[in-house]
Write a protein that binds this ligand. Structure first.
Ligand code: ADP
Ligand code: MG
Length: 240
């Protein structure tokens, strides 16, 4: 896994069983004397079908690592291969193509308040050719049913509880059956029971589709739902 790769290149048939391979990734916000190292030679992997938690104190670098893996932030040192795409030095088209293949769930569901739940989920299908096809409509209905909101497709987000809104965000992340889901503290705005409900749903959907999940959290009550936990402190990772 250590040979140099061309930026943006697709390697080894979409990466085989390794969905995420991070090698010696370092990252600083700012440069030179004002620069602050936030990730320090981080190496980690997520394999197909694995549910991996990323834990660590606030400010330890979890969001920074997830945004780099999600192609939302550039880095200068190390190698990050996601679904077979080397992100080091990758061009915009390769990064955009990768991002369309990932599912994202954030701390807040950020639903569009004037759109129905079905329309909010369908937003994730826009890069695939829009909202209007019967096929995408079936997928949206299925995704909402999968998160227990099958009867609420035409309702507006404002009529849902926080936990239900986060379930819609899970449906939006899963509707295109992504091979990898990245979730950044998805339970942080929810109480314990609702948070666990949302994550166990996400894990169940990922297990049934064979997707991998990398999920950052503070919440000890969900540790048992994962296969593995990576702990990060001051930008350094304990893998194991
Ligand atoms: N845009 C930014 N500019 C400068 N520093 C940042 C920025 N985002 C985060 N940081 C700093 O980087 C460190 C890691 O932040 P973050 O990745 O958000 O940690 P976590 O998600 O584990 O709380 C923190 O010290 C934070 O203050
Ligand atoms: Mg964070």
């Amino acid at each position: 896994m250590s040979e140099a790769r061309d930026p943006g290149a697709t390697v080894a048939g979409n990466g085989g069983d390794v969905l995420v391979a991070v090698r010696d990734l370092s990252f600083s916000y700012g440069r030179g004397e004002t620069g602050r190292t936030v990730l320090d030679r981080v190496s980690m992997e997520v394999r197909r079908g694995e549910i991996v938690l990323l834990t660590g104190p606030s400010g330890s670098g979890k969001t920074t690592l997830l945004t780099i893996i999600g192609g939302m932030r550039r880095f200068s040192a190390g190698s990050v291969v996601v679904l077979g795409t080397e992100l080091s030095g990758a061009g915009r088209p390769a990064v955009d193509a990768l991002r369309r293949r990932l599912g994202f769930v954030f701390q807040r569901p950020s639903l569009l308040r004037s759109l129905t739940l079905a329309e909010n989920v369908a937003v994730a299908l826009l890069p695939n050719g829009g909202l209007a096809s019967a096929e995408s409509d079936g997928g949206v209905q299925r995704a909402l049913a999968d998160v227990g909101l099958g009867g609420r497709a035409d309702d507006l987000p404002g009529t849902l509880s926080g936990g239900q809104q986060q379930r819609v965000a899970v449906a939006r992340a899963m509707v295109r059956a992504p091979p990898l889901v990245l979730a950044d503290e998805p339970t942080a705005a929810l109480d314990g029971a609702n948070g666990r409900g949302v994550v166990s749903l996400m894990v169940q959907l990922a297990r049934s589709s064979g997707a991998g999940v990398l999920l950052s959290t503070h919440d000890e009550r969900i540790f048992d739902l994962a296969d593995r936990r990576l702990h990060i402190v001051d930008g350094r990772l304990d893998d194991g």
